[in-house]
Design a protein around this ligand. Sequence first.
Ligand code: 5GP
Ligand code: MN
Length: 339
Amino acid sequence: MLSEEAGKNISQWIGSAKKVAVLTHTNPDGDAIGSSLALALVLKKQGIDARVVIPDGLPDFLRWLPGIELSTTFAYKKEKAIEVIEGADLIFCLDFNDPDRINGVKEYLLRSTAKKVLIDHHQNPVRFTDISISETWRGSVGEMIYLFLKEVFVEDVLDKDIATCLYVAIMTDTGNFNYASSYPEVFHIVGELMNYDLEKDRIYSNVYDAFSEDRMRLQGYCMQEKMVVLPKFHTAYISLTDEELRRFNHRKGDTEGFVNIPFSVKGIRFTALFVEKKDRIKASFRSRGKFPVNRVAADHYQGGGHINAAGGDSFLSMEETLKQFQSLLPEYARLLSDT
Ligand code: 5GP
Ligand code: MN
């Protein structure tokens, strides 16, 4: 994964670093947090003062992760987060490839004179680090961190806590090995992680059986009242207004995974979730097979992502957004029936 020169430089930077900041993207998911904590825990074991900076809200289902005390959320503890970034002599950027994905953290990252290393698996990376390890075919950054650690450290630096973080990263970014994992290496890596007394069933339960009653009711409401199925286009979508979210005492992360719900309907290959935010409507897209949702996101929602998972924004009203979404489906009809 690393060229000889990159490997040498990174080893040297880690070797001489006193303080390291690990940054990840806004609205962080299991891969973002799991990968970042795993790397920070390894560096801490090397005697380095390693910290993770998250731009905004950490979802509840990840708060139990080992090493979580190493993280600071920029949106809540801005001064502390800035101090971590400004004090770092080495910065890792994980699970994002464009400084625009880290909101207000961006200016501090770009301003920093620390060495910067990107480790990411999203398409079309922007160049803003000294070294960029971009492997877009990988299902998760968790996997990449595992391989990265193997290359950078001669000795075994993993332990149960670090393996747990990496497993959460891989498990969540592959939808529990449901997608983005159709190649043997993922399972080889997971097999290796199992050697560290990994409690895989407990981890699953911590992540997936951790919803509040409100969240569960919101999911039921989405399925019963809000899911629109368009069999002709193999498409289904769900939308949620701010009022609806408030009715269900919405908390950050509650809509996580809702975009996948309609795939349980036979024949659905393309799904969308539209969630009203303060100043925009956040659109999430998923597909099965070859339908490129990143193209939809880039063409119509100023966004991007992977072939099967992408997102963007709409600045129309919810009603207009949904109307527009339906109206652009004929454009993709052939692709949708082919895949
Ligand atoms: P989600 O639907 O979970 O928010 O995002 C899924 C994937 O779509 C992300 O991993 C990211 O690659 C991409 N994505 C989501 N929102 C945006 C966006 O606003 N801009 C870009 N470029 N990519 C996005
Ligand atoms: Mn990821």
